[in-house]
Design a protein around this ligand. Structure first.
Ligand code: HEC
Ligand code: HEC
Length: 358
């Protein structure tokens, strides 16, 4: 932390060109300090946008906003109503339930390692950045059902938010509290949600060993044993994030015409016929905690997911060729499930810094 701050002062001095005189308050007071994103060795640095540097105060403000029902029309819901930390920031429901118990159409996504999603957020990738994504739920009539002008007014006259925005963004008066700043703070908090300390990671670091069953599952997942069936999973669910962030059709539904998909997924965003029925490959980190599964939450358990892949999925023009009958035995299926369970990161879900601050 100290080294980071020294570096920051130095940068300030260089950028001001005025040099650093003793009397001047060049160093930001404690909470304006840059946030030190402690990255695990196997993870590269996530893409960080210009214009929204992470600070201690920005992250803390984002955490408050994330858990604060001030963002919903009737003060009943917050982001955390659909993204619970103990479920790796999913909600345990097939599809989300928003304001006035309105039912959405898609399954709430995990926010673990959201900082790394650089090919678009949401199942169809329609939001390019976390900053832009964060603006969406507030005005979605099936999520928080509010309007940003009203949220801005409540934040401006709130007893503590004006000071928090001032610390995070150095604004001079409350009129400068905007939805864009709120979204930036939310994005800063979300970028801290890094999950890289599962049993799988500990085995990779040489600190633990897989059981024989987990080892077998790993071979099936990554197609690395000639004696076992190839599961093909690792081609799309690629480590270290366990997603290659592509948009794929994994054969959930039969579709004689690609326009037949009820939810067109990626095609809805791109308008391309060939993208209909494709969804962003989800990360499998913490997958044992994020049931039910798929964009519409159709599978309640990992066994159902594995059975789906084992059967080879349903035909359509753009289903990926790696989706095919796998011929897994009962033991193979158990092994695959055991391997998936090694991706649970309890230090992530129990991290007090990610929890409700209220
Ligand atoms: C009513 C439930 C609900 C609420 C409230 C909600 N979300 Fe979500 N969230 C979802 C669903 C459902 C999706 C997937 C939607 C889609 O793909 O169309 C999602 C997706 C996301 C994603 C994309 C993740 C990825 O990997 O692409 C982010 C980030 C996110 N939400 C953050 C937030 C933030 C920040 C808030 C509060 C401002 C919030 N959510 C409020 C249900 C909710
Ligand atoms: C061709 C790429 C591809 C292959 C191969 C593949 N998947 Fe997937 N997987 C996807 C896509 C795309 C989704 C999301 C589909 C949707 O919801 O429409 C998905 C979803 C999942 C989910 C649900 C995750 C969630 O959060 O809802 C699990 C679990 C999963 N896959 C496990 C596996 C396993 C195990 C294998 C190997 C047997 C495998 N996948 C092979 C592309 C692939």
């Amino acid at each position: 932390m100290r080294r980071q701050r020294t570096l920051y002062i130095l940068l300030l001095c260089i950028s001001s060109l005025a040099g650093c005189s003793e009397g001047e308050e060049a160093m930001p007071a404690g909470r304006d300090a840059p946030y030190d994103l402690a990255l695990p060795a196997q993870f590269s640095s996530p893409p960080l946008p210009d214009g929204n540097p992470m600070t201690m105060a920005g992250v803390e403000l984002g955490r408050r906003l994330f858990y604060d029902p001030i963002l919903s029309a009737d003060s009943s819901l917050s982001c955390s109503s659909c993204h619970f930390p103990e479920r790796a920031f999913t909600d345990g429901r097939p599809v989300a339930i928003g304001i006035n118990t309105s039912t959405g159409r898609r399954n709430a996504q995990s926010l673990a390692n959201a900082a790394y999603q650089y090919k678009g957020l949401f199942w169809d990738g329609r939001a390019p950045t976390l900053e832009e994504q964060a603006l969406v739920p507030v005005e979605d009539p099936k999520e928080l059902g509010h309007d940003w002008s009203a949220v801005e007014r409540s934040l401006r006259r709130h007893p503590s938010y004006p000071e928090l925005f001032e610390e995070a963004f150095g604004i001079a008066d409350t009129a400068q509290i905007t939805r864009q700043l709120a979204a930036r703070a939310l994005a800063q908090f979300e970028r801290t949600l890094i999950s890289a300390n599962s049993r799988y990671d500990r085995v990779m670091r040489g600190e633990a060993k897989f059981t024989a069953l987990e080892e077998r599952g790993k071979h099936i997942f990554f197609d690395t044993s000639e004696k076992l069936p190839e599961g093909e999973c690792g081609h799309c669910h690629t480590p270290p994030l366990f997603t290659d962030q592509t948009y794929m059709n994994n054969g959930l539904d039969e579709a004689p015409e690609l326009s037949d998909f009820q939810d067109k997924g990626r095609g809805e965003k791109t308008g391309e016929y060939y993208d209909n029925g494709r969804f962003r490959v989800p990360s499998l980190r913490n997958v044992a905690l994020t049931a039910p599964y798929m964009h519409d939450g159709r599978f309640a358990t990992l066994d159902e997911v594995i059975d789906h892949y084992n059967r080879g999925g349903h035909p359509s023009e753009n289903v990926d060729p790696k989706i095919r009958k796998l011929h897994l035995s009962d033991t193979d299926r158990l092994a695959l499930k055991a391997f998936l369970k090694t991706l649970t990161d309890s230090s992530f879900v129990n991290n007090p810094e990610f929890r409700n601050p209220f």
